[in-house]
Design a protein around this ligand. Structure first.
Ligand code: GTP
Ligand code: MG
Length: 344
């Protein structure tokens, strides 16, 4: 493959699921594994998202992912809250994502927000896989830190294996009740037709190599064409949240899924009544933890490219709406951009 990998954008992965089923822990585990691999610098914390580059994914996945086989730059994970009151954040995250991970606690099984997340994915037709999490809590489990699922499964007693199988088949049954044909991921040939279930533990890291491998495979195989964008073109994104920020006024936390946004761009943002035309005052990213003192939690950047999570500070954002589009004007016709924002 001679394609230039820098012309493909990072797929956006939403992590969805019921409260406490382990979404944040799973992302923490991936971040933590990268620290152990000594490459923490390469994982970057965005506003509302975590970018994991391909070389980190392949170092965590070991033999399962050969970077030579992939030309997508990595994955951008968006964590979402599982509490029932955050329906809008979940549906925005789900609608915006290219692919999703539905996290289900193997003991707790399907719960109200699991079903809600499934509905969101169904409506937005987002391809997804199921992470059957907390396998380490199966009574008698013999933990093998960070191992692929097949290796750790082999080292469990017959009883433990049976118990895990039962719980996994219950999840597969629940998916089938909701109209999804699902199976354990290693039996799935076509991930567009069938939902793959990946047993994992966010605590011990077991199955995490498999999860990352399946996500990379899924994006490479089924979404590569959609990732071919004009990387340097005027940015397009979605507002996840509108927030007051000390020293910056009203800001919009945005996921950029196309092109670039620069600190001197004019933008159009969907508003309560009409599109807001404004000039970017600052593009803000979280400061690395080590550097946080009393000053701003954010650092200013000159430019970001898709896919990225970014906080945009600009005048007149008070009427901006969560879920609304954000479009960079740059050398485009302003009226045309306003029309596009209105139409969305
Ligand atoms: P919300 O953001 O509130 O929806 O929850 P969440 O899905 O992000 O869950 P979180 O990662 O905060 O985990 C909830 C609890 O489950 C924490 O106490 C975790 O330590 C625990 N937990 C998560 N994953 C695992 C796992 O694989 N094994 C075990 N034993 N505990 C886990
Ligand atoms: Mg969480």
């Amino acid at each position: 493959d001679t394609r230039d990998p820098t012309s493909l954008r990072t797929p956006i992965v939403a992590v969805l699921g019921h409260v406490d089923h382990g979404k944040t822990s799973l992302l923490d585990k991936i971040r933590g594994s990268a620290v152990i691999e000594g490459e923490a610098g390469a994982i970057t914390q965005h506003i509302g998202a975590t970018a994991v580059p391909l070389d980190i994914i392949s170092s965590i996945a070991g033999d399962l992912v050969d970077p030579e086989d992939f030309d997508l730059p990595g994955l951008l994970f968006i964590d979402t809250p599982g509490h029932h009151s955050f329906t809008t954040l979940r549906s925005r995250g789900g609608a915006l994502a290219d692919i999703a991970i539905l996290v289900v606690d193997v003991n707790d099984g399907f719960q109200p927000q699991t079903l809600e997340a499934l509905d969101i994915l169904k409506r937005s037709q987002t391809p997804f896989i199921v992470a059957a999490n907390k396998i380490d809590t199966v009574p008698g489990w013999n933990a093998n830190e960070d191992e692929p699922i097949n290796d750790t499964y082999e080292s469990q007693s017959e009883r433990v294996r049976q118990r895990l199988d039962e719980e996994l088949y219950e999840i597969i049954g629940n998916l089938s009740d909701e109209g999804f044909s699902a199976d354990l991921y290693w039996r799935v040939q076509n991930f567009q037709r069938n939902i793959g279930v990946v047993p994992v533990s966010a605590m011990t890291g077991e199955g995490v190599p498999d999860l990352l491998t399946v996500m990379m495979g899924l994006s490479q195989r089924y979404m590569k064409e959609e990732m071919e964008i004009d990387v340097a073109g005027p940015g397009v994104g979605t507002v996840l949240e509108v927030k007051e920020e000390k020293g910056f006024g009203t800001t919009v936390d945005t996921v950029l899924y196309d092109g670039t946004i620069r600190a001197d761009d004019k933008i159009v943002v969907g508003g309560q009544n009409e599109p807001i035309v404004t000039d970017v005052r600052a593009l803000l990213q979280p400061r690395p933890l080590a550097e946080i003192r009393t000053e701003s939690r954010f650092e200013k950047v000159d430019e970001v490219g898709a896919a990225a999570g970014i906080k945009i500070a600009a005048p007149d954002l008070a009427d901006a709406m969560a879920g609304a589009p954000v479009r960079v004007v740059r050398d485009r016709d302003l009226d045309e951009v306003i029309e596009e924002v209105q139409a969305e």
